[in-house]
Write a protein that binds this ligand. Structure first.
Ligand code: SAM
Length: 463
């Protein structure tokens, strides 16, 4: 079943004229799919939490994704506790092609350092986190302060310990020479690819804005280029159809920075169009909504030829504050045994990160504003750990921690941060679960249950 939204305005003539001759563009079917008001709902499951196909519905696979599904209708995600447990991320299908772009060009079986530069709200960061090894490190960055909160929330729900969330301007990365193996720039753009999903944005489109976006994209790419190591990969994407934000950017970066363009292999049944740029014959991949079941999207992979090979970025002089033997004894039982996880202390708060990456924390701290570093286990108080919500939703929590299963009604009450009544045979900290998936902490006292669901994440919607 498809939801429909009326198209409030005709598609901009200058946009339509500029697309004439672009590979895969067919004005009639492009216009028709926008007029149809068709809306597509898709999501990507978190394979580390929820390997089953979703929601008991008739779902179909997104053909270029190992974990993506189309849903026959859009359910109320707010009232599905599994959404809050981080079992899946509601993501537009074309964007999921990032998986192919990464896996066709990169050996992801070993440890990598990745930057997702324009990461909020976190769709592509959650996808990258699902693909990389536990000892890799994903720096998930968002420059706009008001958008970092949602990025942080989504990365907490996803649960990976190998993620650092930062809030920095692209120019702050210039000093991190040769650090990253892979950089994703999912660039801020003029947004024409979202016209079908969000027809209200049609009125805000202008040729002037397309030109401004193109200039900003070049500025962003110049800023982060030094932080990519030799032979490292830049994955560039937009949700714009305009060539000056897509193919022309590829021509510019290959001319000015000597980058090499990498081709990808497509299954013709996918309907994705390969577009070769005019000047330097760079490969870009276009998603038109009249050809694929997804929004408008563009993606390309480039390789850096100059620069240096990665070196050791662990600090010899500074290291993060390690835990005393006593503190280790307090914190270790909260973590899964046998995970390659190390812990460090920052202002009485304990963070867990891949052991191999701990030494790089001072390097990152000295250059970036870290909003979240690995998993925040909690805070030490009175010789005990007061566990944090991040730990409850993480992939590294011990399976031995007491749990209690909630009904759907109780789970919604919990997620609203209301009082819940429970009969349990034990006292103290416990996880509450819905369908075996962790939602957060409660503390069971002799006469009541305290709900520790974070206030800022609680469900406010009534129905
Ligand atoms: N990658 C995200 C995802 O998949 O969920 C979507 C990113 S959206 C296309 C582009 C992001 O770039 C926005 O979050 C926006 O706040 C951010 N942005 C805006 N101006 C920027 C700038 N000058 N430099 C870097 N990022 C910027």
């Amino acid at each position: 079943m498809l939801k429909t939204k009326p198209l409030p305005l005709p598609l901009p003539d200058p946009l339509m004229a500029s697309l004439s001759g672009v590979p895969g563009f067919s004005a009639d079917t492009f216009r028709a799919v926008h007029l149809s008001g068709e809306q597509i709902t898709s999501l990507r499951i978190n394979p580390m939490k929820w390997p089953a196909p979703p929601l008991g519905m008739e779902v179909t696979r997104v053909p270029w994704s190992s974990t993506g599904y189309y849903l026959p209708q859009r359910p109320s995600f707010t009232f599905d506790p599994l959404f809050h447990a981080g079992c899946y991320y509601v993501q537009e299908a074309s964007s999921m092609f990032l998986e192919e772009a990464l896996t066709q060009t990169t050996d992801i079986s070993g440890p990598l350092r990745l930057l997702d530069l324009c990461a909020a709200p976190g769709g592509k960061s959650t996808l990258l986190q699902s693909l990389i090894t536990p000892d890799s490190l994903l720096v998930s960055n968002e420059v706009i302060k008001q958008r970092v909160g949602i990025l942080e929330e989504n990365m907490i729900k996803w649960g990976g310990a190998n993620v650092v969330v930062t809030q920095n301007d692209p120019r702050d990365f210039s000093a991190m020479e040769d650090y990253f193996d892979v950089i994703l720039v999912d660039a801020p753009c003029s947004g024409s690819g979202l016209f079908r999903r969000d027809p209200e944005t049609i009125g805000a489109w202008s040729e002037e804005n397309v030109a401004l976006c193109s200039q900003r994209q070049q500025r962003i790419l110049s800023d982060i280029w030094p932080s990519l190591r030799q032979n490292g990969l830049l994955i560039y994407s937009t949700c714009s159809y305009s060539t000056c934000e897509n193919e022309e950017i590829l021509d510019w970066i290959t001319t000015d920075f000597g980058a090499t363009s990498l081709p990808l292999t497509l299954d013709p049944a996918w309907g994705i169009i390969e577009s070769v740029s005019e000047k330097n014959a760079c490969f870009g991949y276009r998603f038109f909504p009249d050809r694929v079941r997804g929004d408008g999207f563009f993606i390309a992979v480039l390789q850096k030829k100059e620069g240096a090979n990665p070196s050791d970025f662990s600090s010899k002089r500074h290291s993060p504050e390690r835990l005393s033997a006593k503190e280790l004894a307090v914190c270790s039982p909260w973590l899964k045994k046998g995970e390659p996880i190390g812990m460090f202390k920052h202002q009485e708060r304990i963070h867990a990160l891949p052991e191999k990456r701990l030494g790089e924390i001072p390097y990152l701290q000295s250059r970036l504003y870290l909003k979240k570093a690995g998993i925040l286990l909690g805070r030490l108080a009175g010789g005990e750990l007061v566990p944090d919500h991040e730990l409850a939703l993480s992939l590294v929590i011990s399976p031995d921690i007491p749990k209690t299963e909630l009904s759907l009604e109780q789970a919604i009450q919990y997620l609203r941060k209301e009082d819940i009544r429970l009969e349990t045979p034990f006292l103290g900290w416990a996880l509450v679960c819905y369908e075996n998936q962790r939602l957060g902490w409660i503390k069971i006292l002799p006469n009541r249950v305290n709900n520790y669901y974070p206030k800022q994440y609680r469900i406010l919607k009534r129905d």
